[in-house]
Ligand binder design. Structure first.
Ligand code: ANZ
Length: 847
């Protein structure tokens, strides 16, 4: 086909789908079972790229598949249209972020239409529309009502040169990634969502998703939440009123604690230093200044040399009364656990590195050379619980010598009553002892932090909160939503650490609805992850001005059956969406607790093994490929290039090969020469078998996302049809029509325009996209067999009917189990077996 023919064919069917609203989801009256298929919505920065081409192809395949299986399918599309790139583009051009955003949306929308994606366009949404973001504000107020939104002053990375807040990733060696200026910490009061209240549920519910989400993603979520189980232990501090509590996952090692470490940037460190000598205070202050320039990521890196300051203060170990020197060191983080640790250098690598750097004692309390399998202790203990025999081998392994902490399991030693216990039992016993003594208790800790949602940016959802004249923070009443963004007129969007909205005087100054007194708006906007944390529900009632989403619609459609998108969203987006889902469940607004019943992550489209990017100049442009080869060839090429989850090198995507295949498919359809209502029964048996085998196999192939295999099978089917036309009964054979019709309804998944065309050529009404796939005829599924000759020393002794596709090993086993063959081999020694599946098996025998 020529390019212009392809364009004409595309335009013809795209017009038909648009005019007939072919892919609009059925309403409440539609009794078919429902499927909600969703691709992660795009961010409108420029036109669609190859990553989008892949993502929306896969979701489209799944959506089309369920329609063919007789389902009422919802496959909506919208735009994640607030966010930084629009704002940056606006700053560069001195323009309104709105214009840039909506122009890009128009372009992307046109591209989606040309690509032939079967969206229900009636539900299109943009998160930057006030009809959408008013519901972000509503959601914020609901979280606020439930105590799940709160304000907190917290340190942020601040570049004094660029006058901007930096993310952790933008701080490199303590300097601003962009300008190289030294980054400092600055305290800002910001809004947080209390996601940590949901940490246990967010973690435990991942188990339900096992097998339905990629295992890797589940693991990433688990690590991000990072639950640790252990104990809080209270240490009395000399010269201080209250005890200091530390969190430890290894309370079993308390007898091995030889010092304590506090985070230099914690209030506790400042207080302990303040109570120490002048000399210590000065050294501490110097150290703190240095630490504040170090990013959290660097602080956690294992191979940095350990640094720290002795505070000349002492803690008392609750289990043995020993005095432990207290140090401030930056490998202990202020906002994890209690910002302080009991250091056990023999069994913790970071503590050991520190002990070796500052010459602190190392005491082994777990003999990791002792076997721990079996129910009984293997070490013999005396009455005091001390091993009778000296523990062999341990000497060589002493961490003070080797520099390697003994982190493995083993038997407790040097630990009083705990001696002889395994690690696990000793942990449990230690916690019991601490609880009995009132000096500790079982405790859990999470890596997960509360979700900071304030952004000092213009292009986002205004936070619907006010500061009254008395300094109170009060919500904007729900009936006054939305709080609209003001016009950009006169505002300077360039980053300066406070929101550009603060300068919109007439917008910021408002009245407190409760008192009529003047009040100020919160000038910050919300993190755009708030927008995407619930958009899948808005698709259910996109035009409602009454509710964020309709309860009955949610009951009908949600949760999402298949969610498809990139692995770059494996953590934050999915976690936030899961969190908000659970909050909405707790509010009684939905009846499910997990939003995405199954998740598909597509690989990347790369070029010569490298990620494509504008800056590298190695982009393959979506629009250019679309123009050159057409939507169907691009779709087939991508689908055929490899497994969904694998990265696909553009070099392996053959759009020309796909074009040839589609042309062959169209040609066989042209040659079908039998009436529409012909009875298939009498047709060519081999072709009928091929057709029905595909009817039987295709559903599982799609459900297992083996789209590349499905395309290969369609190619085989076209070849089989060609063969029957050319060398069999020709185009009038009913089997040819049957095969071509099957081709059309399946080709629709990947090449919908060509499929519609074939369907029409075969004399049917459109749309092929709504035709239910037929059941395979079991009679035609009986496997092909072939006659296998079994020889003994070259002479045929038996013949067997075997499956045509049998492999060597299976064939040999089958033949050996045959009675006739067994008789022929009786009393003989088999020297060699030669198997040529499926036709010949030869036994070379002696005797
Ligand atoms: C004593 C001990 C002995 C520890 C031992 C470990 C091994 P996860 O698993 O990551 O939760 N820790 C506690 N608070 C900390 C903080 N704010 N900054 C840095 N480290 C901190 O790690 C928990 C362990 O990390 C705790 O258990 C504590 O060291 C340390 F053989 O206590 B452990």
């Amino acid at each position: 086909l020529q390019a212009h023919q392809i364009q004409r064919l595309q335009a013809k069917w795209q017009k038909y789908w648009a005019e007939n609203d072919t892919f609009r989801a059925g309403g409440a009256e539609d009794v078919r079972p429902r499927k909600y298929v969703l691709a992660m919505f795009p961010y409108p920065s420029g036109d669609l790229h190859m990553g989008h081409a892949e993502n929306y192809l896969y979701s489209d395949i799944v959506a089309r598949f369920w329609r063919h299986r007789g389902h009422n399918v919802l496959n909506p599309i919208g735009w994640d249209s607030f966010g930084l790139p629009a704002e940056n583009a606006a700053i560069r051009r001195g323009a309104d972020p709105r214009e840039w955003t909506y122009q890009n949306i128009d372009q992307q929308k046109a591209s989606f239409q040309t690509y032939g994606v079967s969206f229900d366009w009636s539900r299109e949404l943009h998160t930057s529309d006030e009809e959408y973001y008013r519901w972000n504000q509503w959601l914020f107020l609901k979280l606020y009502e439930r105590g799940l939104a709160y304000r907190k002053k917290s340190p942020v990375n601040w570049c004094p040169n660029d006058q901007t807040v930096l993310a952790n990733e933008q701080v490199v060696d303590g300097r601003c990634e962009r300008c190289g200026a030294e980054v400092v910490k600055k305290n800002l009061t910001q809004w947080y969502f209390r996601i940590t209240d949901y940490a246990d549920r967010l973690l435990d519910d991942l188990n339900q998703l096992e097998g339905f989400w990629p295992h890797k993603v589940l693991q990433m979520q688990r690590n991000w939440i990072g639950r640790s189980v252990g104990a809080d232990v209270d240490f009395v501090i000399e010269g201080r009123e209250g005890a200091v509590t530390v969190f430890s996952t290894r309370p079993d090692t308390l007898h091995g604690a030889t010092f304590m470490v506090v985070a230099p940037d914690s209030d506790l460190a400042a207080e302990l230093a303040a109570g120490s000598s002048e000399d210590v205070r000065i050294r501490f202050e110097d150290y703190l200044t240095q630490v504040q320039k170090t990013s959290e990521i660097d602080r956690q890196s294992a191979d940095r040399p350990k640094t720290g300051v002795f505070l000349d203060r002492f803690a008392i170990n609750p289990v043995n009364g020993e005095r432990l020197p207290i140090w401030a060191a930056d490998y202990v983080l202020a906002d994890y656990g209690h910002g302080a640790v009991m250091a056990v250098p023999a069994h913790d690598q970071r503590d050991l590195d520190f002990a070796r750097a500052f010459d602190l004692p190392v005491r082994v309390v777990v003999d990791t050379t002792a076997p721990i399998t079996g129910a009984l202790p293997v070490i013999e203990l005396d009455e005091d619980g001390v091993p009778i025999e000296p523990v062999e081998g341990l000497d060589d392994l002493h961490p003070a010598k080797t520099g390697i902490a003994l982190t493995g399991d083993g038997r407790m030693i040097n630990s009083g009553e705990l001696n002889g216990l395994s690690k696990r039992n000793a942990i449990a016993r230690a916690i019991e002892q601490l609880e009995a003594a009132g000096t500790g208790r079982a405790a859990k800790n999470y890596r997960l932090r509360d979700w900071l949602i304030s952004r000092q940016r213009f292009w986002g959802t205004p936070i619907p909160m006010l500061r009254t004249q008395d300094g109170d923070i009060v919500p904007v009443p729900e009936d006054q939503l939305p709080v609209r963004l003001p016009s950009i007129e006169g505002l300077d969007l360039s980053p300066k650490g406070s929101s550009p909205l603060g300068a919109a005087e007439s917008w910021v100054r408002t009245v407190d609805p409760a008192t009529g007194e003047p009040a100020l708006r919160d000038p910050d906007t919300m993190d755009t992850f708030v927008d995407s944390s619930w958009y899948f529900l808005r698709f259910l009632s996109p035009n409602s001005s009454e509710v964020a989403f309709d309860l009955d619609e949610a009951r009908r459609w949600a949760p999402i059956d298949s969610y498809i998108g990139g692995v770059e969203h494996a953590i934050l987006h999915l976690l936030y969406a899961r969190f908000i889902t659970k909050v909405l469940f707790d509010m009684g607004l939905i009846d499910f607790t997990e939003p995405f019943s199954s998740l598909i992550n597509q690989g990347m489209v790369i070029l010569d093994g490298a990620k494509m990017s504008k800056s590298k100049g190695n982009l393959v442009l979506f629009q250019e490929e679309l123009d050159a080869y057409g939507a169907d060839a691009l779709r087939v090429g991508l689908a055929f290039a490899g497994p969904v989850e694998d990265d696909k090198d553009w070099k392996d995507v053959s759009t020309t090969g796909a074009q040839k295949f589609l042309a062959r498919a169209l040609r066989v359809a042209h040659e079908v020469d039998s009436p529409v209502d012909v009875v298939f029964d009498g047709g060519d048996a081999a072709l009928r078998r091929a057709t029905h085998r595909l009817l039987a196999d295709a559903p599982a192939l799609v459900e297992q996302t083996k789209f590349n295999v499905l395309v290969a099978r369609l190619m085989e089917l076209v070849n089989a049809i060609r063969k029957t036309i050319d060398t069999g009964a020709g185009g009038s054979d009913p089997a040819v029509r049957e095969a071509a019709e099957t081709l059309a309804v399946m080709l629709d998944l990947v090449a919908p325009h060509t499929a519609e065309e074939i369907w029409e050529l075969l004399g049917h009404e459109p749309s092929v996209g709504l035709v239910t796939w037929r059941q395979a005829d079991p009679v035609l599924l009986v496997e092909d067999t072939i006659t296998c000759a079994v020889q003994v020393n070259g002479k045929v002794r038996a013949t067997l009917e075997v499956p045509a596709k049998i492999g060597d090993a299976a064939l040999e086993a089958l033949v050996r189990s045959d009675e006739k063959v067994q008789r022929a081999l009786e009393g003989k020694e088999i020297v060699r077996v030669i198997v040529r599946a499926p036709k010949i098996v030869n036994f070379a025998v002696k005797g």
